[in-house]
Design a protein around this ligand. Structure first.
Ligand SMILES: Nc1ncnc2c1ncn2[C@@H]1O[C@H](COP(=O)(O)OP(=O)(O)OP(=O)(O)O)[C@@H](O)[C@H]1O
Length: 316
């Protein structure tokens, strides 16, 4: 059966090691078809021949989580469960990832400007001095070296580093602070850090911002200037051919390594089109209703869903 990234499949039979029987979880009346088993996908992609230890004949929901056509991508599934998001529930943590320069900040900025009541950003921490117009809690949380190092030791920082003798970092607290206001927190991290927020508390919705083809990069970024040093507004450059190629190569590597964690891919060619697509997608994520989330996230959530979605009970 044909399917694509993000589709939720109900696995109805896993007897065969290479082909499973599945049907669309969104359409109760759909007929079952064959899909490559996880093992087959892994063999195809990694030339491995691991056998699954999973009980056969069980009924599972899986989500196809990398691009079907991407010849270099390892094709994997992630086991998912339905989570019923109610209107009173906190919004999910919107995690934007992508290679440097692809436009993550630009899209994030546009979202906040377009609807400041809905979108907020996690404010980074730094140990450097406050400059001119900067405001505590808006541009940065300005903290002492002692406090920053304490946060490192207490695993409160998802990502941190030092630059020109000062620490900079993103903390779980600052994401949480935005989330309790009822806003969608937009956070920008390296995909290797998703594992630190991949929990039922944050319920990350991961958007991968992908560069378009090199031809489209040349067209759309021809006159674009970008800051190479975010701490120095004088360090402005234009994109080079090498920057474009690096962006494409890095995006490819990210997709291979972390593609199974991405909920949505936005190709940032024309910025207005990418922004519109992202905004429409996030509006759906914000709405109450069923979201398919990784099984590992929470058992209690599953119970809540089972109570409200009778037609889904009994499948687990
Ligand atoms: N689709 C687009 N078309 C033209 N210019 C764009 C597009 N997307 C972003 N830009 C511009 O490209 C530059 C780099 O974008 P941005 O700062 O958002 O990158 P980034 O992904 O956040 O990179 P970094 O992680 O290094 O900060 C900015 O000047 C931005 O306005």
């Amino acid at each position: 059966m044909a399917f694509k990234r993000g589709d939720v499949l109900q696995i109805v039979n896993m007897d065969d090691d290479t082909w499973w029987q599945a049907r669309s979880a969104r359409n109760d009346s759909s007929r079952a078809g064959l899909i490559p088993s996880k093992q087959l996908q892994e063999r195809r992609s990694f030339r491995l021949s691991r056998k699954s230890g999973r009980t056969k004949n069980a009924s599972w929901f899986w989500r196809w989580s990398t691009e079907v056509q991407g010849a270099t991508c390892p094709h994997t599934y992630r086991e998912v469960i339905p989570y019923l998001r109610e209107a009173k529930d906190k919004q999910r943590l919107i995690t934007l990832v992508g290679p440097s320069g692809v436009g993550v900040n630009e899209l994030r900025r546009r979202l906040v400007i377009s609807d400041p009541d809905r979108y907020g950003v996690s404010v980074p921490y730094t140990t450097r001095e406050k400059k001119g117009q900067e405001r505590e809690g808006v541009d940065y949380h300005f903290v002492s070296v002692h406090k920053f190092e304490e946060d490192i030791l207490n695993h409160r920082l998802i990502e941190y580093g030092s630059y020109k003798g000062h620490y900079y970092g993103t903390s779980l607290d600052s994401a949480h602070r935005v989330m309790v206001t009822g806003k969608m927190c937009l956070m920008d991290v390296h995909p290797s850090k998703i594992k630190f927020i991949d929990t039922s508390k944050f319920k990350p919705y991961v958007v991968f911002v992908k560069p378009p083809s090199i031809e489209e990069l040349r067209l759309t970024r021809r006159r674009v200037k970008f800051l190479c040093d975010k701490e120095d507004p004088n360090q402005v450059h234009t994109f080079t051919e090498e920057n474009f190629q690096d962006m494409i190569d890095l995006a490819e590597t990210m997709e291979i390594q972390y593609g199974h964690l991405f909920d949505k891919i936005i190709v940032n060619g024309d910025v207005a089109t990418a922004f519109k697509e992202l905004k429409e997608d996030l509006e759906k994520v914000a709405e109450p209703g069923i979201h398919w989330v990784p099984k590992e996230w929470s058992r209690p959530t599953l119970k809540k869903t089972q109570r409200s979605c009778g037609h889904l009970t009994g499948l687990f």
